[in-house]
Ligand binder design. Structure first.
Ligand code: FAD
Length: 738
């Protein structure tokens, strides 16, 4: 944007000159704005007029305090204070008979152009001798200085119906204006208000800012703050959610991916399987609908390019045990910090539950494989195929500078359903692993799944996909209390899986080739120690009933097997194992925290890497504690417009029941519609300035100033009206009491 201020006196045509300049640019296809400050418009009284020119729509309408260029129509207004706020390379275009060099002392280092517009206007009969109208003449001079062709001057004059001597005078000025960059020594400027008199708001001697510092009257003044966006606060991996969403809004997918990769090596995985606590925290959910952050994360992973990894450069080697999301995240972050890492995994393949538990219709194996490969390309060595013992772990602690243990939850909870169980019952985790290895089919069978977590839902949906005739989930509480991801429950029901709520299986008995599962109806009682309502048995006559089935899958949760931990050790709050000799051992992921999500395991692995780094190097790279969160009440929601969220495409339920093809397809661009960018632009950017400029546009005094991406307030003239704060949609500007 180009901003120009004209200083003149009433009657000289300053406001019309602003219109003429704007018209010249408008006729070239630019967006323009021209207006005057009319408070003192009478013959001879000083006035100011303003012009803005830009390629984009101009939305702010306030006074120009820091112009790119200035034009002075009256030589009596030429003074040193004119240049206060003027951009360093801006032109000072003066109506004066003196050459530019005459101003070397007053405007050293500045670009000055001069023209005796008064003489030309008088000779052309424009205005009177006492008050010549110099606007059209000065237009010619300005056009030449700004490199506008003469034809633009003619077009502007013609558009505003100026003819005859106006054209001749403008042409003379166009040919005669002298311009130069001046050198010279700086001159002392005495503050204009120091002369002891009371200055007018538009003081003739000053020709610039008001002499009265109206900011002195203020009782409040605006301040800026950065709050923590609730999505960032709610992300267990520590992702800068707002930041990557903003980058997608700019359609910069590499930036978006780079932001995510700072904290997580698994944006493609999390963009598919994360329960997305960030979306629960999203303030937009109180307005219309949460931003679809999960699909945006997936979009960033699928569309961004990963930067080339750097090889480790440090001497201290680190061992990581367990290649679930916790171990892989720890390995990734340690490698990025420069440590050579060896990853020890008991199974033949890497990935932990991401590979053995989460089915391919939710997490395609090529997506997982690509993200694991990227981690390994950071110079991470792998030793797979042997589960380590307690003795192995102690040995590693002596061979490596530090050890991280992320061995997950290895033991499944059991349920005593009687002797027949051994022929009909299997554990969900084992079932899912066998399904992925194509080792089991359930063609034509009736299957009952017991449980309410992710394993139960995944086992039920997988059972359907390996041929089960009917699948029924029984859960002792209600759907609302099921720990499984909500969307997964919905999708299971859409696929035709029955859900029996408030049901507790009691015993299983053989019935020919099939079985009968006797169940107890339950109701919700008082909350238990987990805070959830405790299921208590119904006592009515029909409180028990039988379900016939061919197979029962148990999905009652898992617990960690601490047999790997050295005797006498205990897990400290930061994951460190205390009471051991050798290098430090840290534990994390579900093994240590049982938080039960991929994203929490990623965050735990990253924290462990930072702990290891601090222990080995003394350097603390932990991010500072999060500042206050941008709660819904600081967001000015009325300043936003409602917009429906973009949802990713999905395979129809009928088509997906028998296939492991990915169910959700994510946000897909079309030639005329780019849903990811549209969705990202729904983000409120809670508590973080995104340079929307409303504060600049709405400040009636023009004292909110933008320097590149930064903003500042000219407190000298800020009366503390609070309009900027009331117009800041995201709670960044607030009014502080003085
Ligand atoms: P794990 O993923 O369990 O990895 C531990 C690794 O350590 C394994 O590879 C194991 O083989 C290895 N290991 C164990 N002992 C040893 C040893 N002695 N020596 C060497 N290696 C060893 N979370 C979500 O966020 N979204 C979901 O959609 C989701 N779905 C799930 C579905 C299922 C069926 C299950 C069971 C869990 C699901 N979860 C989901 C939870 C999530 O997968 C886990 O919270 C997460 O994987 C825990 O990561 P981790 O690294 O701590 O452990």
């Amino acid at each position: 944007m180009m901003e120009l201020t004209i200083y003149g006196r009433g009657g000289q045509g300053g406001v019309t000159l602003a219109k003429l300049i704007a018209t010249a640019y408008f006729l070239r296809g630019k967006e323009v704005q021209a207006f005057g400050l009319y408070a003192a418009e009478r013959s001879g009284a000083p006035l100011q007029a303003y012009v803005r020119v830009d390629d984009q729509e101009i939305t702010n309408h306030n006074l120009i305090r820091e112009p790119d260029h200035i034009v002075v129509l009256d030589r009596t207004l030429i003074g040193p204070n004119l240049v206060i706020g003027l951009k360093r390379d801006g032109w000072i275009i003066l109506n004066t008979p003196e050459p530019p060099s005459a101003f070397a002392d007053r405007f050293p280092g500045r670009c000055v152009a001069t023209l005796d517009a008064t003489a030309i206007a008088i000779a052309g009969g424009l205005g009177t001798r006492a008050v010549p109208i110099v606007n059209t003449t000065m237009l010619g001079a300005i056009a030449r200085v700004f490199d506008l062709p003469w034809s633009d001057v003619e077009a502007a004059l013609d558009d505003l119906k100026f003819g005859g001597p106006n054209i001749a005078s403008a042409r003379e000025a166009f040919d005669k204006v002298a311009h130069a960059r001046l050198t010279g020594t700086a001159v002392e400027t005495t503050p204009a208000s120091s002369n002891g008199r009371v200055a007018g708001l538009l003081d003739g001697d000053l020709g610039a800012r008001p002499l009265i510092h109206t900011g002195d009257w203020a009782t409040h003044q605006p301040e800026r703050q950065q709050l923590t966006p609730p999505c960032n606060f709610g992300c267990p991996a520590g992702n800068d959610v707002r930041g990557f969403v903003e980058a997608i809004g700019r359609e910069n997918h590499n930036d978006a991916l780079a932001i995510l990769l700072k904290t997580s090596p698994f944006p493609g995985v999390c963009g598919r399987v994360c329960p997305a606590p960030c979306m629960d925290a999203c303030n937009r959910s109180r307005f219309d609908e949460s931003v679809n952050i999960r699909d945006l994360e997936r979009y960033a992973a699928d569309h961004g390019t990963r930067p080339e990894p750097i090889a480790p450069w440090r001497d201290e080697i680190v061992a990581v045990v367990g290649s679930g999301p916790a171990g892989l995240s720890a390995a990734y972050h340690l490698a990025r910090l420069g440590y050579p890492v060896t990853l020890f995994e008991g199974a033949a393949e890497l990935g932990g539950v991401m590979r053995t538990g989460i089915p391919a219709y939710r997490l395609p194996r090529d997506v997982l494989g690509e993200e694991i490969n990227y981690i390994l390309r950071h110079g991470v060595a792998v030793s797979a195929g042997r589960f380590l013992s307690r003795a192995d772990l102690l040995r590693l602690s002596h061979e490596y500078a530090a050890v991280f243990v992320g061995t997950g939850l290895q033991d499944s909870r059991a349920m005593n359903l009687g002797a027949a169980a051994k022929d009909f019952v299997e554990q969900g985790i084992g079932f899912l692993d066998r399904v992925r290895k194509h080792e089991t089919r359930l063609d034509g069978l009736s299957v009952v799944v017991i449980g309410g977590g992710n394993t139960a839902i995944d086992a039920a949906r997988s059972a359907l996909r390996v041929g089960a005739r009917t699948v029924r989930i029984v859960y002792r509480r209600t759907r609302a209390e099921m720990p499984a991801i909500r969307e997964e429950i919905d999708e299971a029901v859409e696929e035709g899986i029955a859900l029996d709520e408030l049901v507790l299986p009691l015993r299983l008995e053989r019935n020919g080739a099939s079985a009968v599962l006797t169940c107890q109806r339950m109701r919700l009682g008082e909350p238990d120690e987990s805070g959830r309502p405790r299921p208590v048995p119904e006592t009515s006559e029909d409180a028990q009933y039988d379900l016939s089935c061919d197979r029962v899958i148990l999905a009652l949760g898992q617990t960690s097997n601490i047999a790997i931990l050295p005797e006498g050790s205990e897990i400290h709050q930061d994951g460190a194992l205390l009471g051991l000799s050798g290098g430090p051992i840290f534990a994390g992921g579900d093994f240590a925290t049982n938080e039960g999500t991929v994203t929490a395991a990623i965050g735990s692995g990253r924290k462990a890497a930072l702990h290891v780094h601090r222990t080995l190097s003394g350097e603390n790279l932990f991010p500072p504690p999060a500042g206050p969160v941008a709660e819904p009440d600081v967001i000015r929601m009325h300043l936003f417009t409602h917009a429906r969220g973009e949802h990713g495409a999905m395979i129809a339920p009928a088509d997906r029941r028998r296939t492991f093809a990915e169910v959700r397809l994510g946000l897909i661009d079309e030639p005329a519609h780019r849903p990811a960018a549209t969705e990202a632009q729904r983000c409120f950017s809670c508590g973080v300035c995104n340079a929307c400029d409303r504060c600049v546009e709405y400040c009636p005094e023009g004292i909110v100033l933008r320097d590149g991406d930064a903003y500042r307030f000219d407190y000298g003239y800020c009366k503390g009206c609070g309009i900027c704060a009331s117009q800041c949609p995201r709670g960044v500007i607030y009014m502080a009491e003085l």
